[in-house]
Design a protein around this ligand. Sequence first.
Ligand code: SF4
Ligand code: SF4
Length: 276
Amino acid sequence: MVVWLHGSSCVGCSVSLLNRISEAAPYSATELLTDTVDLVYHQTVMAQAGDPAASVLTRAYRDGGYVLVLEGGVATAFNGHACIAYSLNGEEVTFMKAVSDLSSRAAAVVCVGTCASFGGIPAAGANPTRVVGVGALTGRPVINISGCPANPDWVVWAVAQLIAGAPVDLDEDRRPTALYNRDLSGNPCEATIHGKCPRNIDVNPNALPEATDFGQDGRCLIGLGCRGPSTKARCERCWNGIAGQGTWCIGVNAPCHGCTEKTFPGPQSFYELYPL
Ligand code: SF4
Ligand code: SF4
């Protein structure tokens, strides 16, 4: 049984999951939700609302043993009241309290997206609502599926491993090594975005000279702030990876923003380097 809660986020990770199409079963988000995963609570896709919906959480907490999926960072300012997860019997329950309570009875906790994993964009800058990642709040073991948004295939993979009781090897940031930094070739650069980028002259002898400005197709963007050299993730597996149709940031001539890293968006991010 899976319980999915939202905190300080844009809900983009849910959108990413709902857009999922795949060459392997479950082929679509519909198949995933109807045939594969017993998702009992997700506020933007469930039919119920109000107290009947919130009662699902009460029952899940009573029985325990569920996989808790958390999307969004945890607002800790104002005793958590900057972010309300749901109401029950006329009482607001903060995301901070919901995370603390529900994670204590979960069989496993999966943080979907960089906000839940490390704070991400809601924790950036002055951070007036004092957003933190879930692990930092609870101190309990979590599996982080970082990304802004998280790759839906990685979310499905992690939940499937947990439901099947399979072991998940994690890196120092509690991300599955199979998805983020497995060194497949023995080359230490292999795990980075840079180590797989076709615009990298060390990867592709036919790569063009570096770009000096945006809009110069197919050229390395390192001089414009690409974070590929310091970002570890297997994004080359693409989003919506049906053969020939899937894509990733590098594949659409964009730089890597380092969205899977603990430091994202961090100082000197694209949002600061190139303000609108
Ligand atoms: S565009 Fe980024 S990832 Fe690609 S070669 Fe340049 S620095 Fe590396
Ligand atoms: S290529 Fe970089 S910015 Fe794009 S999804 Fe991967 S880690 Fe995030």
